[in-house]
Each structure stands twice: as C-alpha cells, then as structure tokens.
Ligand binder design. Structure first.
Ligand SMILES: *Cc1c(COP(=O)(O)O)cnc(C)c1O
Length: 422
C-alpha cells in the first residue's frame, strides 16, 4: 500500500497507522547515486541486497546507475524486470548450478564471482564452457575498520589466491577481475588501500594482470556515534591505491556500494504499544525492519511524533530501549535511544537511517513484519551528501528537530549500553 503525505507527523495525526510504515525519500538515493557517479572513477554496481525495493532500483536507474550487483537468481529477475538494459554482476561466490545457467542463458549475465577452484569449475560447467565470461576472484580481507566484518565466510586466502587468479585468467577470453569486500560500514578509508595492495601482491605472484579491480561495498553511512570520514577521502585513497597497483592501461575500476546509496532514504515509523519503565514495546522489531537495530545494536537516530495535536512533548530526553512485537526475547534493541522522557503508549517513533538492511530484512515471523510504504519529501535524519535538515527547509514546529540534534551528539559521552530502569 502506498500513500502520499507531506510529513511523518501529518501521517501520524491523520491516519494513526496500525502497521509500521517505511517513510521513504527518493531524493537521497538520487543524490547519493549522482555523488558516486561523479566522484568514483569507475563503474558503480548497486548491491541490490541492501534494499531491493522497486522504487530504489527505479530511482537508481533514473539517476543513471546502469549496473547492479546481484546475489541470487531472484535479484537477477527483479533488476531485469525494472531495468532491462541493466548490466548485472552475479557476485555471490557460491551459486547453484541452475542459478548460474539461468543467469547466463536466460538473462545474459556474463560476470560471476568465485573464491574457490570448485566454484570456477561449476561456473564453466553450467555455462557449457563459455569463453565470454568475466570471472572475478574474490579475496578475503582482514575486515579491519569495518563495523560488520565479512571476513570469515567468503574470499580466497592469500596462499590460494595466485593459483585461482591464474586459473580464472586461463578460463576466459574475456575479462578476469579481482574483488574483495572490506566489511560493511567501513570507518577507515585506508582499509581499501590495504585490500588493494594485497590484491596487487596476489596478482604479481600469480603473474597475471587483472582487467577489473572491484573494490566492493562497505562505504559507510552516518549514525549517532558513528560519523565516518568524508566519502571523498575514501575516493582519494582508492584513486591512489589504484595508481599503485600493477594493472594495465585498460583495467576497469568497479565498486559495489549498497548501504551508502540507500541508508539515508528511509526511516521506519513505529508505534509504542506499551511502556514499561525504560522499555518501549513497539509494533516493529528484529523480524520486521529493525534487524540491524537488534543484531548490530546500533543506536539509530529517533524522533517522537505524538498523535495528539494538543499534546506537549517533554523537552527532557531519556535513554530508552525497545522491544519488538514478536514473542522471541531476541527481539530487543538495546539502543540507547534518546527520547522525550514522557513518551507514552500511542506515541509514534520514527527510527532513521534504515534505508539499508531495513525493509530488506523483514520476515513474517509470528504474524508481524509487514509494513506500508509512504513517500515523503522530508530530509533524511542525517546525510553525508549535504542533505541535512539545515539544507532543506522543513515546517519547523512540527519536526522536533532540536531533539534530533541533541540525540546525535549525546551518545558519544560513554553512556552507550548502560541500562537504567526509568
Ligand atoms: C553486501 C555486499 C555489498 C554491499 O555492501 P555495503 O556494505 O552495503 O556497501 C557489495 N558487494 C558484495 C559482494 C556484497 O555481498
């Protein structure tokens, strides 16, 4: 279901939504896509898993993004349906034979990643020994500097990479590439340089040249207490590291940003169904749109919207924790989330910066997890692309903007993780 309503507060006052609502802004996605296209000196492949919503794919397509990183045959079908011209890279290092064949024969996918000899054999087998493949060898990285390291599951180790690079080089008449993922929400630009120089050493030891250097995803967004260096620093570091790599003149540079293209776009509007001291029981949680708030335990920014138009909201802020609606005790978000001290049942809480790994993660467990989508023109709660509230005029009296700024600076003071019964 999709409605149009100007602000989150209007939506709360006019409709008192029963289900959680994804409050979606298109502009941050457009702006982020344009920023990456003008600052990254290569091709951008959007990592679809971060947010596979149709509006995201369409907005990116309309902003000029032509390439997509997909990880399943369903993602292949999704992108092809919305953007038939799109160039797809199947970047999951472990794929079923049928998914490889279907991607290759039915959808024209030519780019596949791998991190083992076995997967290489599988790809060649499933495509009838095709010679027109772009084969991308994924290397393991240390995960240093990332908030969500992705080091254990995927990636060839240093000792096995040269043989794999050589095998991939010999297996295709088209392009051979090298990739890695530094880990999600990577706070250190130098992590890219370290991974690129490790990639370069593996290439030298293999005695081959790469046609593609794919620096993966991991570009950060901004969350309270997690303010990364400017994205331009990441671009500068990657530029310099690319110059230092042993590559040829025509070697292509690729990136696969997920989070940083979409995180700012969406906040989740939830309702307080019960307050028990400092614990707020919400109608959305771990099995809905708040997986990361639960499992990564990040203190996402929050904003209170009181349905009662006459209701004064306390200016004193207190730390709260959240419980989701399911009966599973894992469904708990420690926060702390700083909210007006007098928050009560029936209040709505907008949780910001959930455009990445938010709606993408929802399940139907326990009969919860479904939400509606509403398109808004409001600014994101924070922005690395200059879209801060200061740059977009909002109806000031209705946004509790001051609370938000306080919340953004407060969690730095070491209160993180402390529990208090209110
Ligand atoms: C998840 C993923 C990405 C996107 O990562 P972000 O941290 O969201 O930028 C890119 N490439 C691959 C292979 C991935 O698995």
């Amino acid at each position: 279901m999709t409605h149009h309503s100007q602000t989150a507060l209007n939506l709360v006052r006019e409709q008192s939504p029963e289900r959680p609502v994804a409050l979606v802004r298109r502009a941050p996605v457009t702006v982020a896509a344009q920023w990456f296209q003008s600052h990254f000196k290569g091709e951008i492949f959007y990592a679809v898993k971060a947010n596979p919503s149709a509006w995201v794919i369409e907005t990116l397509r309309d902003a000029g993004v032509r390439a997509f990183d997909v990880a399943s045959i369903n993602e292949v079908k999704l992108v092809k349906a919305l953007s038939p011209e799109a160039r797809l890279a199947f970047m999951h290092p472990v794929k079923s034979r049928r998914a490889i064949a279907e991607a290759y024969y039915d959808f024209g996918v030519r780019t596949f990643s791998l991190d083992t000899q076995e997967e290489l054999a599988k790809i060649l087998d499933s495509t009838g020994g095709a010679k027109d493949l772009n084969l991308i060898v994924r290397l393991a990285t240390s995960g240093e500097g990332a908030n969500l390291p992705l080091t254990n599951k995927f990636g060839a180790q240093v000792y096995e990479a040269p043989a794999l690079l050589l095998a991939a080089r010999q297996a295709t008449q088209d392009k051979m590439g090298i990739s890695f993922h530094v880990g999600s929400q990577c706070m250190r630009p130098t992590a890219y340089a370290a991974a690129m120089s490790a990639a370069s050493r593996s290439l030298v030891r293999a005695g081959v040249l790469a046609d593609i250097v794919d620096v993966g995803g991991g570009f950060p967004s901004i969350y309270p207490g997690m303010v990364p260096p400017a994205l331009s620093e990441y671009m500068d570091v990657i530029d310099r590291a690319f110059e230092d790599m042993k590559v040829h003149e025509a070697t292509e540079l690729w990136a696969e940003p997920g989070r940083s293209l979409v995180a700012e776009s969406t906040s989740i509007l939830t309702r307080v169904d019960l307050r028990k001291g400092d614990a707020l029981y919400l109608n959305d949680g771990a099995y809905g749109n708040l997986f990361d708030a639960t499992h990564a335990k990040w203190p996402f920014p929050v904003k209170l919207h009181r349905a009662d138009a006459g209701g004064e909201v306390s200016s004193e802020l207190k730390p709260f924790r959240f419980y989701g609606p399911t009966c599973d005790s894992i469904d708990h978000m420690p926060g702390p989330f700083w909210l007006p001290a007098d928050v009560v049942e029936g209040d709505y809480i907008e949780i910001g910066m959930l455009g990445a790994y938010g709606v993408a993660m929802a399940t139907g467990f326990n009969g919860y997890g479904e939400s509606d989508t509403v398109f808004l023109d409001e600014a994101p709660m924070a922005s690395l692309f200059g879209l801060g509230p200061r740059h977009i005029s909002l109806p000031r009296s209705e946004t509790l903007e001051d609370n938000k700024i306080v919340r953004f600076s407060r969690p730095k003071g070491g209160k993180k993780g402390r529990r208090r019964r209110g």
